[in-house]
Design a protein around this ligand. Structure first.
Ligand code: F6R
Length: 245
């Protein structure tokens, strides 16, 4: 596991944006695995700035997102399709038909199979961007006695619902289920970049970086099995997690 400890979350996002842009410069038709949530927003803002400044083009890039809430259609402002369109895709030169966000509506079993196909067809993602939940979830693979390898429907935990309530008018409005890539769909990417910040993530990051154990109770620990995973954290989180270089 490569670990980068930066001075600030802002620097972490800069490093992550650089890694994404390097992947696209190396292969303009790269497939990128993307994440939503609060963490990647400054990363996406940098990609937008650099695209508008003509430093990078996403014209031939393809994307696959990790997950989507069940029951929300793409025009719902809380859906991850809306999030990606408004926080990235609408602002860069990407061809929207080359962007894919799982659907949490209709035939969910068929949607799950479609996600796994999208991950692997015409090559796996060059790079998968990840955030991490307070309980160590990646995608929406929640800490549990067993995890799934393939895309599936996940029952969100109380802790995840509480953490995501900040994006909704009221906690009861947070969907309780999501469609998410499983562990093998995530680990299929050629490289993985996980960015984390904030003391709430300290326990999860400690489990990820401070020992060689793999446990379903902290799904992020499965990244230890990946040959090219990079974790970017700021110094404050490194200290809170007890991580020493
Ligand atoms: C989002 C996702 C989640 C988030 C995680 C952290 O697509 O898959 O695993 O990355 O819940 O969320 P934030 O960044 O809001 O702390």
């Amino acid at each position: 596991m490569n670990v980068i400890v930066t001075k600030s979350y802002e620097d972490s996002c800069q490093r992550a944006a650089e890694l994404i842009e390097a992947a696209v410069l190396a292969n303009p038709q790269a497939k990128l695995g993307l994440a939503t949530g609060g963490t990647p927003l400054p990363i996406y803002r940098r990609l937008i700035e650099d695209c508008k400044a003509g430093k990078i083009s996403f014209a031939k890039v393809r994307t696959v997102n990790l997950d989507e809430y069940c029951g929300l259609n793409g025009s719902n402002t809380q859906s991850y399709r809306w999030f990606m369109d408004h926080n990235l895709f609408n602002e860069i030169d990407i061809d929207k038909t080359n962007t894919y966000v799982p659907s949490g509506l209709g035939d969910l079993a068929a949607n799950c199979r479609e996600v796994d196909k999208k991950v692997r067809e015409n090559g796996v993602p060059e790079l998968q961007l990840l955030g991490i939940g307070n309980n160590g979830h990646i995608g929406f693979n929640e800490a549990a006695d067993l995890l799934h390898t393939e895309t599936h429907i996940e029952q969100l935990t109380e802790s995840t619902i509480a953490a995501n309530a900040r994006f909704f008018d009221k906690p009861e409005a947070v969907p309780t289920q999501a469609i998410t890539m499983g562990l093998s769909s995530i680990l299929a990417a050629k490289s993985i970049v996980l960015v984390a910040t904030g003391a709430a993530k300290a326990a999860a990051i400690r489990g990820l970086l401070c020992n060689d154990e793999v446990t379903t109770q902290n799904p992020s620990t499965f990244l230890k099995l990946h040959p090219n995973a990079t974790v970017i954290i700021d110094a404050a989180l490194a200290t809170a997690a007890g991580y020493e270089n």
